[in-house]
Design a protein around this ligand. Structure first.
Ligand code: ADP
Length: 265
C-alpha cells in the first residue's frame, strides 16, 4: 500500500498547494485522480514518486516511511509516465531505454535481456525495439515509459493525463493495455480529466478540492451522489446521464453498457 498521511506541501513561493492531504493506494487497485486544473494532482504524484518532499506529513510504502527515499530509490516499485514522456527518455534505442532500469538495479545481462523482451512484448513495442525514442509518437513514447516500469517489475504505475489530446482509438488502445496490466497485478493511479475513464476503468476515484481530498469513493457514488461535480472541475459521463434518465435502468459506465441495457428492456 502506498500512503500519504497528513501531507502539507507548497512550492518555494509559499502558496499552499496541499494541506493535510491523506490518501491510500491499495495493492491491486485501479484509481483515478481528478480535480480542477492546478488543484495539485501532479504535485500529489510527484510527492509519491519522491520528486518533491512534503513540508510536513509522511509518505509510506507498505507501512515503511519513505519520505527520505529519493526518486531513484522508489523507481523499482513506483513507475511513472509523465505528461510529456519524452522528458524521461535519454537513450538511443527503445530497447536500451527499457533496459536502463533493470541495469541500474544490477541485474545480470541475461536477466536484463529477458525483462526487456517481456516488457516490449507486453506493451506491443517489439517492432520498435531499435527505434530512436524521440522519433516515436506520444502513444508509443508512453508505451516505452510503461515498458520501462514493467521491466523493473514495479508494483505501482502512475500516469499523468495519458489520454489528453489523443484520438479515441489511441485512448482505447492505451486503456486496454492498462486494463491488461492491471489484471496481471499492476496497481494503477491515473490522473485524468476524462470522466469516461473514471467511469469505465477505475474502481475508485480520488478528487482534490480546496488543497485537500474532496472525494474518495467509487465512480458510481461520485457520478450519482455528488451535486458539486462542476465545482470540483468534473462532469457526469454521458452514459451515466443517459442511464439515469431512463427509469429502472441500472448505472451504466459506458455507452456500450447503456445500449446493451436498453436492448434488454
Ligand atoms: P494539477 O496537476 O492539478 O493541474 P499541479 O500539481 O500541477 O496541479 O499544480 C498545483 C499548483 O502548484 C498550481 O497552482 C501550480 O501553478 C503550482 N505549481 C506547480 N508546479 C510548480 C512549481 N514547480 N513551482 C511553483 N509552483 C508550482
Amino acid at each position: 500500500m502506498l500512503e500519504m498521511r497528513d501531507v502539507t506541501f507548497h512550492y518555494t513561493d509559499g502558496t499552499p498547494v496541499l494541506e493535510h492531504m491523506n490518501l491510500t493506494i491499495g495493492t491491486g487497485e485501479f484509481i483515478g485522480l481528478g480535480g480542477r486544473n492546478g488543484c495539485g494532482k501532479t504535485t500529489v504524484t510527484r510527492l509519491l514518486m519522491g520528486l518533491e518532499k512534503p513540508v510536513s506529513g509522511d509518505i509510506f510504502l507498505d507501512g515503511k516511511r519513505i519520505n527520505d527515499e529519493e526518486a531513484a530509490a522508489r523507481s523499482p516499485y513506483i513507475g511513472y509516465v509523465f505528461q510529456r514522456p519524452e522528458r524521461q527518455m535519454f537513450r538511443p534505442t527503445v530497447r536500451q531505454e527499457v533496459a536502463y532500469g533493470p541495469e541500474q538495479l544490477g541485474r545480470s545481462r541475461e536477466e536484463v535481456a529477458s525483462a526487456v523482451t517481456a516488457a516490449l512484448q507486453a506493451t506491443g513495442l517489439e517492432h520498435l525495439a531499435e527505434a530512436y525514442p524521440p522519433n516515436l509518437n506520444r502513444g508509443e513514447k508512453q508505451r516505452v515509459a510503461i515498458a520501462s516500469a514493467i521491466a523493473m517489475h514495479t508494483q505501482y504505475l502512475i500516469l499523468d493525463e495519458p489520454t489528453s489530446g489523443q484520438d479515441s482509438a489511441d485512448k482505447k488502445s492505451l486503456m486496454a493495455l492498462l486494463s491488461r496490466l492491471h489484471r496481471d497485478g499492476l496497481t494503477i493511479l491515473i490522473i485524468s480529466h476524462d470522466m469516461d475513464i473514471f467511469a469505465e476503468y477505475c474502481q475508485r476515484v480520488i478528487v482534490i478540492g480546496h488543497h485537500t481530498k474532496a472525494f474518495d469513493g467509487t465512480p458510481q457514488d461520485l457520478f450519482t451522489k455528488r451535486e458539486d461535480l462542476y465545482e470540483l472541475g468534473l462532469n457526469r459521463p454521458d452514459a451515466v446521464t443517459l442511464s439515469q434518465a431512463v427509469a429502472g435502468l441500472p448505472y451504466c459506465k459506458s455507452v456500450d453498457e447503456f445500449t446493451a441495457a436498453m436492448l434488454q428492456r
